[in-house]
Design a protein around this ligand. Sequence first.
Ligand code: FAD
Length: 324
Amino acid sequence: MSAQDVLVLAEIRGETLDAVTLELLAAARGLVSATGGNVGVIVLGRDGAGHASSMGAADRIIVFDDPQLSTYAPETYVAALGELLAAERPRALLIGATSIGWDVAPLVAARLDAPLVIGCIRIMDGEGDLRVTASFYGGKMLAECRVTGAPAILMVQPGSFRPASEPGKAEIEIRTLAAPLQPGAIAFEQWILPQAGDVDITQHDVLVAIGRGIQQKDNVELAESLAQALGGAVCASRPVVDQGWLPATRQVGKSGMTVKPKLYFALGISGAPEHQEGMKGADLVIAVNTDPKAPIFDVAHYGAELDILDLLPALTEAIEAKRG
Ligand SMILES: Cc1cc2nc3c(=O)[nH]c(=O)nc-3n(C[C@H](O)[C@H](O)[C@H](O)COP(=O)(O)OP(=O)(O)OC[C@H]3O[C@@H](n4cnc5c(N)ncnc54)[C@H](O)[C@@H]3O)c2cc1C
């Protein structure tokens, strides 16, 4: 272990490796490429072998296969992470800004008296220090932080880094804790999963996003037809979900999902900061709005001042005709 090493906390729910873990690995890889350290990924409560090939961007997979860690509980997670970090003193621990991350990162930082930065969207080496850009107030404000202490606990905004997907052969290290973990005051009861059969918008390369400009529920099917023609899925801004026109699992933004598709069609969406927070990492944004001053045009690569109710059927028909 060197002082340049970076650790990442893996999130595995059920049998699924959360995509944020691969984003954290990409961030860690980027950081150590400047300094020569290693990347380790920490797997709590399972053997790690099942996901080893997906986490190929790591050099080491550090496994605590303790039954007390098999489901998430803050006290046991913090005890395990605290002990590991105190022993290894890495340069940084990267944790996703997920429900678990928000719970655990401040507790680990407090336990180790270590610096904590939340909302990290960029992490770089600054000749000895860490230079971190953090996003606040729904992306309205950015803070440039210089972090000097180690280990730095960095809570990374999902969707800020392109997932590291390279295959690899990380070494698996099985570790045990100095003393057996005791159950804490907070016990896990159950996962509450999204409605079965719904679409996971974070996994689609093409998203047709609709906002209040869609005007009524019946028009949602115009967007569904375009999404089908493009091989994508429909997602929405918050008012569409609040009206009950689409389920909450389709909402993009601060209080919804963070998405990073190859193509994000923003149709009748004004582009409020809370919406932009969830989609500005898309590779290509095409915005259509009747208002030329809509802020969505500030983050769009291409834009058109058009009525989406005219555009949607015509575009779907044109794409279908082209595809035969
Ligand atoms: C704490 C908090 C969290 C929030 N979280 C989220 C979130 O996760 N996601 C989110 O989206 N919002 C969120 N919001 C709400 C956010 O502030 C905006 O109110 C919301 O994003 C606006 O949605 P919209 O763009 O669909 O609607 P509007 O702002 O009403 O915009 C509708 C747009 O459609 C255009 N339009 C109308 N008719 C047409 C037409 N026929 N053709 C083309 N264009 C047309 C209009 O010109 C307008 O630009 C949050 C707010 C708060 C305070």
